[in-house]
Design a protein around this ligand. Sequence first.
Ligand code: ATP
Ligand code: MG
Length: 271
Amino acid sequence: MNDTPEAKGDIVVHVAGLKNSFGDQVVHDGIDLDVSRGEILGVVGGSGTGKSVLMRSIIGLQAPTAGVVDVFGESMIGREEYEAKRVRQRWGVLFQNGALFSTLTVAENVQVPIREYFPDLDPQLLDEIAAYKVAMTGLPAEAGPKYPSELSGGMRKRAGLARALALDPQLLFLDEPTAGLDPISAAAFDELIRSLRQTMDLTVFLITHDLDTLYAICDRVAVIADKHIIAVGTIAELLALDHPWIQEYFNGPRGRGAANSAARAEGTNGA
Ligand SMILES: Nc1ncnc2c1ncn2[C@@H]1O[C@H](COP(=O)(O)OP(=O)(O)OP(=O)(O)O)[C@@H](O)[C@H]1O
Ligand SMILES: [Mg+2]
């Protein structure tokens, strides 16, 4: 099958005609979206528009009622578990609520996906890999033996990221990674994602409400509204569209504030 999206070489996630419903409630009525290799794609939309459901249907946790979902050129719909597992190994996920196992320490949480794929790994090596992943996300080594309840919100996000990076993924799904963080921690998290993209050659699917994040690290932004992706493009391209939600979002007081600080940061960097 040479016409698969991956055969084209640059499409990592391909979603077409995706429909999702819960009972009578239609959440998605034909979602089309491609994520290109190496890009950080931001996904925005009002609360409850179906951003998390979209992510869940891409990673196979939500069975859509119709449509196509290909990841790395392989269909994710109706996949046998062993086949899905092979593709799953190539991505990492940071869920909106963190989803760390509360009865496991941070290091043990990071080890969960590694144990799943490499059950015979030497325990000492497992510890070393976990410690390395914890350090990679900027957590202090002391965080490794702590339980999630013993961490601050920002540290929990980093711990979730460490677990998402456990298997050296090529693709990262992040659902609201900076929600609830103070602006300095949020900016540091953005910087971390940007540098990981560079060093690990990652493609990133990033759901966020954080306008600063969108300006700081996203190459393109997809807007979800009215059960569809209504636009995808750079922020400049989106700003040129005459859609009321997009205008309100990017040109409202917060949007303008984020644009101004992005412009200031650019000026500082360029100096
Ligand atoms: N498992 C489920 N069962 C029933 N309804 C669900 C389920 N998961 C999500 N929904 C509904 O689907 C809609 C979209 O939810 P989703 O979590 O994707 O929103 P969201 O865009 O991520 O919102 P937020 O920005 O608040 O995180 C909501 O109306 C929600 O109630
Ligand atoms: Mg959500």
